[in-house]
Write a protein that binds this ligand. Structure first.
Ligand SMILES: O=C(O)c1ccc[n+]([C@@H]2O[C@H](COP(=O)([O-])O)[C@@H](O)[C@H]2O)c1
Ligand SMILES: Cc1cc2nc[nH]c2cc1C
Length: 336
């Protein structure tokens, strides 16, 4: 599906024109939920999830048959500042691992019945070190947004966006700080596992980048402080909205990318739920800022879409109950 924008300003317009949840399907799902063979509310949050999903699909009795996991990989010039516990070549090595089926996300995608696609974005051309210059030009960030948009299969019925990029927790922290405000240190965590000195250095790098690229425009923050994989995730989340495909957000980096959409246009993440709360220190703060309650909290800090992929199971369970259960009348069970 080709992206309907060629500039950041056209991307913003695309976001502003995005479809809303289908009110009649939402209402129909609410009515159906109230008749199913269970005490009212007994399926807890699963009930809200199924009704939310039905509204976005425009179908009061939907199914989840074709979840898609899309992983984007990018490299970061800011790695030159010594902000990761791992060397940048791991990004490309992990892309090969994804392609050979050897990573965690391969197993989770298979376990939850999702197709999985991997897009490596100009790995030989890392973004510029954002402590020195904007990470990307407008052409580069738009190209990444377009690749993300085009990666979404319009025939899928659920999307997980994941990422791989050594250095990208620094980038995500800078984007979050620029877009949501607050101290750089409060958005900075250990990523792949930097030590105390590394963490202090990382917070300084984030503060320097945010100060250098101060702007009130969240899409400019994505361009100047983000990375190609963050922009591609943002493009994919926007494309899913265009196709009424609900999204499960992953960890800290995915949510920082998503935050730029929510800040650019109110309600731009209404079709998305938070799959999990990562162990990355600032993810809880980011989820609070987005107003998203995570479905899982298992101490994961892997990325790759792993936490969101696990949550496919929760959403599938919610929709299976909603659409498969009999009503009190159908089952001949006495209502309370
Ligand atoms: O998803 C998360 O919350 C998350 C938290 C910590 C690390 N990661 C992954 O680790 C990599 C970035 O870590 P770092 O230390 O290189 O910035 C990147 O490939 C992410 O997928 C991911
Ligand atoms: C090995 C490894 C795997 C990853 N998957 C996502 N981020 C990662 C970072 C590292 C270092």
């Amino acid at each position: 599906m080709q992206a309907p924008f060629t500039t950041l300003s056209e991307f913003r317009e695309t976001l502003a024109k995005a479809p809303e949840s289908h009110a009649t399907a939402f209402q129909g799902a609410q009515d159906r939920n109230s008749q199913l063979t269970k005490p009212p509310g007994a399926l807890g949050r699963l009930e809200d999830l199924a009704i939310w999903y039905a509204g976005w699909r425009g179908n009061p009795k939907p199914q989840i048959n074709a979840p898609q996991v899309v992983i984007f990989a990018g490299n970061h010039g800011v790695c030159a500042q010594g902000v990761s516990a791992f060397p940048p070549e791991v990004t490309e090595q992990m892309v090969a691992n994804f392609e050979h089926g050897g990573a965690a996300i391969n197993q989770l995608s298979k376990a939850f019945g999702a197709t999985m696609n991997v897009h490596a974005l100009s790995l030989d051309t890392p973004t510029a070190d954002f402590t020195q210059a904007p990470a990307m030009t407008e052409a580069e960030v738009v190209s990444a947004l377009q690749i993300g948009w085009a990666a979404v299969d319009p025939a899928s019925d659920l999307l997980v966006t994941g990422e791989m990029g050594i250095g990208n927790t620094t980038s995500a922290a800078a984007v979050a700080a620029a877009v949501l405000g607050g101290d750089a240190a409060d958005w900075t965590g250990r990523g792949t596992g930097v030590d105390d000195a590394g963490l202090a250095r990382k917070a300084e790098v984030v503060a320097k980048g945010v100060a250098l690229h101060a702007s009130s425009d969240p899409l400019e923050a994505l361009r100047c402080l983000g990375g190609r994989e963050l922009a591609a995730m943002a493009g994919a989340i926007a494309a899913a909205r265009h196709c009424r495909i609900p999204v499960i957000l992953d960890g800290f980096i995915c949510c920082a990318a998503a935050a730029t959409l929510a800040k650019a246009v109110d309600g731009a993440l209404d079709h998305a739920v938070a799959g999990h709360q990562s162990a990355e220190a600032a993810h809880a703060r980011l989820l609070t800022a987005l107003g998203k309650e995570p479905l899982l909290s298992l101490g994961l800090r892997l990325g790759e879409g792993s936490g969101a992929a696990l949550a496919i199971g929760i959403l599938k369970g919610a929709v299976a109950c909603h659409s498969g259960m009999l009503t009190f009348a159908e089952a001949g069970v006495s209502a309370g």
